[in-house]
Ligand binder design. Structure first.
Ligand code: UDP
Length: 327
């Protein structure tokens, strides 16, 4: 099967591309390289430098590859904090780019779609772990942009245009043997911790230790990107049975302090850290209830422990201290 991966030069998209190629799929990566890295694209994939802001470029990609049957859509802005500063970037680009892509898919008779969605749909959960039954309360313009796209998908499914699966990721982390996290600027906890261990940053900031959690720091559900990528492939292969949405995490929470402690053990570096003010928009605890995808697709994480996740990230950062070196 031929699959288009938008954002296939980015952190999660590049690992999904790697896994698709290595599982025997034909992959066309469509990426504008604003945030992604050309070197992250698996050499077995066809690369198209293209921008979802320009529908003609999307149309041209489908015309050049009329045998594309499915799209995995990773290309998006994805920072909660930035979206609070610049809501238009998210409510415009994320939403309209997805709509252009879906319209072009319809015109080219491409009927299968996997969406990178987010735990930021659940800003005020009534129940933890957070299952698919939880009400949708987006926590930011970023979360809202994904909620809107999920609503588009609902109607495109109802009108017989596409079958889709929305995967609501919790905290994607870790690395494959060859691909890892390289954001500019970096804002995520694990790569920042590892930058301290590499001597690239003096100290870490812990954003608040007065949350209602066991050690006072925020608790998150970290999911290894290879487990995440595997979920996309399982979802794609099951789409014929109908559209669906899954919350995707390990179902276990680790606090900021536990993540730092795991990194101290793995790197042997003391990783000095200072408690500072809370970061606006951070909920205390986000843990996924992923029983539905386990039951329906047989998805099983291979890297459920924080140690395994941090270790794979550490191996990648040690081998790529300047990331892909292109930004
Ligand atoms: N965090 C922190 N210091 C940092 C970066 C992140 O204490 O320098 C915390 C953040 O407040 C959150 C957790 O680490 O509770 C995970 O943050 P990240 O940005 O990695 O992912 P998010 O949960 O925002 O998707």
């Amino acid at each position: 099967m031929k699959v288009m991966v938008t954002g296939g030069a980015g952190y999660i998209g590049s690992v999904a591309t790697e896994m698709l190629v290595e599982s025997g799929y034909d992959v066309v990566v469509f990426d504008n390289l604003f945030q992604g890295h050309r070197a992250a694209v698996h050499p077995g994939a066809t690369f198209i430098l293209g921008d979802l802001a320009d529908k003609a470029q999307i149309d041209a990609a489908f015309e050049a590859h009329p045998d594309i049957e499915a799209v995995m859509h990773f290309a998006a802005y994805s920072l909660v904090g930035e979206s609070m500063q610049n809501p238009f970037k998210y409510l415009d680009c994320n939403v309209t780019n997805a709509l252009r892509l879906l319209e072009s898919m319809d015109e080219h008779d491409v009927r299968k779609f996997i969406l990178s969605s987010t735990a930021n749909l659940f800003d005020d959960p009534e129940t933890i772990p957070i299952t698919e039954k939880e009400r949708i309360v987006p926590g930011s313009p970023y979360g809202e942009s994904k909620a809107i796209i999920e609503r588009f998908l609902h109607w495109l499914d109802k009108t017989g245009k596409i079958k889709y699966c929305a995967l609501r990721y919790f905290n994607a982390a870790g690395a494959s043997e060859t691909r890892g996290e390289d954001h500019h600027p970096e804002t995520h906890l694990i790569p920042l911790v590892l930058q301290v261990a590499l001597g690239q940053r003096d100290r870490l900031k812990i954003f608040g230790d007065d949350y209602d959690t066991p050690d006072g720091t925020c608790v998150r559900d970290y999911i290894h990107i290879k487990d995440l990528a595997q979920a996309h492939i399982l979802a794609l292969n099951d789409l014929d049975k109908g559209s669906r949405k899954y919350n995707l995490g390990n179902g276990a929470g680790y606090s900021v302090k536990q993540v730092i402690e795991a990194a101290r053990q793995i790197t042997g570096h003391p990783i000095p850290a200072d408690v500072v003010d809370r970061r606006p928009g951070d909920p205390a605890t986000l843990i996924a209830g992923s029983e539905t995808i386990r039951k329906e697709l047989g998805w099983e994480p291979k890297y459920p422990s924080i140690e395994a996740i941090v270790e794979t990230a550490w191996n990648w950062h040690k081998n790529h201290p300047n990331g892909y070196g292109d930004k």
